[in-house]
Write a protein that binds this ligand. Sequence first.
Ligand code: GAL
Length: 849
Amino acid sequence: MNLRSSFFRITFLVLILGITGFSQVAAQSKPILRMGSLNTVSFDQGWSFARYGLQPDGTRKAEPEAMEAPAYHDAAWQKLQLPHDWAITGPFRIELDGSTGKLPWKGIGWYRKHFNVHLTDAGKQIFVDFDGAMANAKIWLNGKYVGTWPYGYTSFRMDLTPYILAGKENVLAVRLDTENWDSRWYPGAGIYRHVWLVKTNAVHVDHWGTSITTPEITDQKAAVNIAVTVSNQSKKNLNAIVRTTLFELDANNKPGRKVAAMKDAFVALKAGQNTVAESRVNVSNPKRWNIETPNRYVAQTNVIVSGKIIDTYHTPFGIRTIEFTARNGFLLNGKRLEIQGTCNHHDLGALGAAMNLSALTRQLKMLKEMGCNSLRTSHNPPAPELLELADKMGFLVWDEAFDAWKKGKRKNDYNKLFDEWHDKDLTALIRRDRNHPSVFIWSIGNEVMEQQDVKLTKHLVDIMHREDPTRPVSNGYNDPDGGRNSGAAVALDIMGVNYFFNQQPKWDADPRYANKPTLGSETSSCVTSRGEYFFGGVEYKNWQISSYDYAKPGWGCSPDEQFRTNAKYPHLLGEYVWTGFDYLGEPTPYNSDETNLLNFRTDPNKQAELEKQLKLIAEKSPPSRSSYFGIIDIAGFKKDRFYSYQSHWRPDFPVAHIFPHWNWAERIDSITPVHVYTSGDEAELFLNGKSLGRKTKIAGQDFRLIWDQVKYTPGELKVVCYKNGKQWATDVVKTTAEMAKLTLSPDRPTIKANEDEFCFITLKVTDKNGLMVPRSNPDIHFSVEGAGEIVATDNGDATSFVSFQSHDRPAFNGMVLVIVKAKHGAKGTVTVKAMSNGLTAATTRIQVQ
Ligand code: GAL
């Protein structure tokens, strides 16, 4: 052991032991649960739920009076554990709005939780922290009204202290109302994120009370500043020491080596007031946070009064520099990094809006594999876990507040809340998220109606700068010329352009914008259905969309076209593709959502044309209930487009991908174009061993290679790709035999016996040789035995009305997803079986730890 570091360890140990005894040291080596006070515990278990107002079948159920009263009889209510989305159980109803997923999410939801507070907690401050509740939350404790937070995406704290009964049972009641909320996508409904109980002393670090900045960073040292807001809720004026120590933080959230002790801050705390204590220290040889090696640190802040530690607060953070330029793009730690981002909504497909760490991790792993390096939280504050994962996995985050300001896009969207709540919601967003190294841009909006409003834009930007002077502020414009012409965009640090890049040279020459870094805040919007291919110029059929990756709404373009456009403007920061994953709702083009007209607000002819199309679609009552925009489908299965982005975004990773599949019995001798995505620059295609010629990409022009005169003959298609003259990657697609058997592939061998970890099992319908049969849609029945249960199934079909909880589901183009979790408290083996008439069944086993 290095003597110097052992000296520090021992000194540190002595210091801590001297003050607190052994328990603090033990806590020290445990993983950090989350940013906040040490005394934070999950409050997800043991809730009761009842639904009033609009019911799943469209009828209404009257809401009884006084359900907040402790004595209210809730024994018959549904017992559940949070997070919970009351609408994901459906049923899908054709007459419901496709934009919000054709799910019955509108209603009034009541949650109640009985809990005991120990007598020793008398005099403590007791808070309940909601990561998000959809929507219009009202909270009571023991029948007393505690407070409200209407915007369903904001995390908020309720102070229970005045009404807590120590040594007795307490009843917390939450009323949510989604009837008075409107959305352009599926918002979910319920307490759909985690809830926490926090107990502190009267003197404690305030909610989100730490702000860490790193004003100077070199390879030799980083200056780290911390501002700690200490709340003194006691009746006495007190003196306190605020002592912060910095440690390395590993990927499992475990603090490691101590790297620095900040200078103690001595503060006089006035009774009933907040006081800010600031400290600064230099960290030697800082390990930078970046997207390949996302090094993190944690600040442990102790508040010490009369020699005793009375609060311990953890703040994970990272050390990195961000720089945005108008001429040379974005620089992370001084190095140019093109933003290769995706926009994503918050739902997790078959799980609805209910937050689940393993489902979100699965999504982000796929995006990482594709070469995505940034996430746009469209169009609202994300779950805190998304930012924690982004910090750990190395994604930059465009952290967004709103889809509407004062003027709504729908009757009841943020317009109703704006005046009273915008400052509070923006402040909450920044205070919660400001210490995450992944967060690099704040966004005040998306395609808001007031894009030309100079005063309002400036007002919102000023709030963001007031709360965080270290990060730039942007706004996503679908009328960028209007926003710039009016001068509204002058207030922004970064110009966000959705789709419309063609005027860029003009703005580069305009003195008001010449120095404004610009980013493609939304791009492409290509639409496809996994495994569907149509020929002869047909893009749309049977409410599905051809996967040749050309289909798009009037404002969008194919990925190839977008790459070409990006190449024209290399000085821009990069792009956010709409979207990484298919999501519930907004099934454009089978969507009669009139807010789409907003994309053509400057072109009356296009607007009229789209209006006509929307009316026609509405008359046909499309069954589509989820989007087609995803590069990956809603079940988490890759579409062909995945390999387009992977080829472009990871040029050094060998990619070869042939499409379509090669099962076209009805097309013998018909022209069936073959396309190849590759990160190589040349490729030769073979059909049944015979060369169909070698094709070369023109750099900056071609983002796929096309053999458009191939006559279909069953057999084997093989592509051999080259890069700089050397063989680089190959892919093979074969005509399969009849479907014969099922296979099941779990994404992990073991799961933990908790609600956070699910296993995602992919079912494939294969022929006798084990090749997936691409156009097979047999009905599958799933069953489960042992220590687990089925949470949901899905197949990626945007038109399916089969309930996500069903154990029976047809395959969609050869695939089904089944999601399994451990039964509460169970250990042992989970056995999952899949069966289908006439096919050999499949079984797989997972261990619960
Ligand atoms: C954008 C909008 C997104 C989504 C997308 C679909 O204009 O910002 O929320 O609607 O269009 O292409």
